[in-house]
Ligand binder design. Structure first.
Ligand SMILES: Cc1cc2nc3c(=O)[nH]c(=O)nc-3n(C[C@H](O)[C@H](O)[C@H](O)COP(=O)(O)O)c2cc1C
Length: 220
């Protein structure tokens, strides 16, 4: 196995028994972690998250998902600058915002996401979730969620994020990604500053129907 820069090669195979956190606890306490301690994530733990990721369902078991793991500080710093530019480009497109003062105080998720745009360059690790042709997103998204649940079980925080067309050529050039590979998610990983869940979601009685659109489930 090729060693990832700054990490020794792992001595032991990935051990799924290390993901022993009850599944319900992992799912119900997984929330967006956007602030990370600087401590590096051990390579063995990154590998275990990736071993969990690739076990996800995918179309025709063609396994088109590809995962580009960034741990090199210089690369992460350069990528972080592009991520920040992308985040603001998207906010300009969607909201007309160009600076932090433009974000309304009540838009807490956007304010936290703006903080991540600043801090991405300091993330201990970033995983890009990509796909070989035909590039289907729905063959990669289950893997990304497996990766983030495995991370949660190991006490590692994560959040799925996207980029913007404005920076894609430079991201691909920086990381040597072939043009026919499709980008789906950028997932920073690290030990949280702050805590995991519980997360807040709409009641399932509002988002679930039984047998027919708009027919409420029995627990509504
Ligand atoms: C398709 C998608 C795109 C997202 N993009 C971003 C993003 O660009 N920046 C960010 O900080 N979070 C991003 N998120 C994370 C969401 O904001 C987060 O999952 C949501 O607000 C719920 O957060 P919670 O689990 O902490 O309650 C994205 C999530 C998804 C699924």
């Amino acid at each position: 196995m090729t060693a990832i820069p700054n990490h020794p090669a792992p001595a032991t195979p990935a051990d799924p028994a290390r993901l022993a956190m009850p599944l319900g606890e992992a799912m119900f306490t997984q929330r967006a972690i956007r602030r990370f301690r600087p401590d590096p994530v051990p390579l063995a733990d990154l590998r275990l998250c990736l071993e969990a990721a690739v076990r996800a369902p995918n179309g025709g078991n063609r396994q088109i998902g590809r995962f580009l793991v960034l741990t090199d500080r210089v690369v992460i710093r350069e990528f972080g600058a592009l991520y920040r530019e992308a985040w603001w480009a998207k906010r300009l497109d969607e909201r007309g915002w160009t600076r932090p003062e433009d974000i309304p105080p009540e838009e807490k998720t956007s304010r936290a996401a703006a903080g991540l745009a600043d801090e991405m360059q300091d993330a201990p690790c970033i995983v890009l979730a990509l796909a070989e042709p035909p590039g289907w997103a729905n063959s990669v998204i289950p893997a990304a969620q497996n990766l983030m649940l495995a991370a949660r079980a190991l006490g590692i925080g994560s959040v799925p994020t996207t980029l913007h067309p404005k920076v894609m050529d430079r991201v691909y050039a920086l990381l040597g990604i072939p043009k026919d590979v499709t980008f789906h998610f950028c997932i920073p990983l690290g030990y949280p500053r702050g805590s995991f869940g519980p997360n807040r979601r709409r009641p399932t009685a509002e988002t679930t129907y039984l047998n027919r659109w708009n027919a409420p489930p029995p627990w509504a």
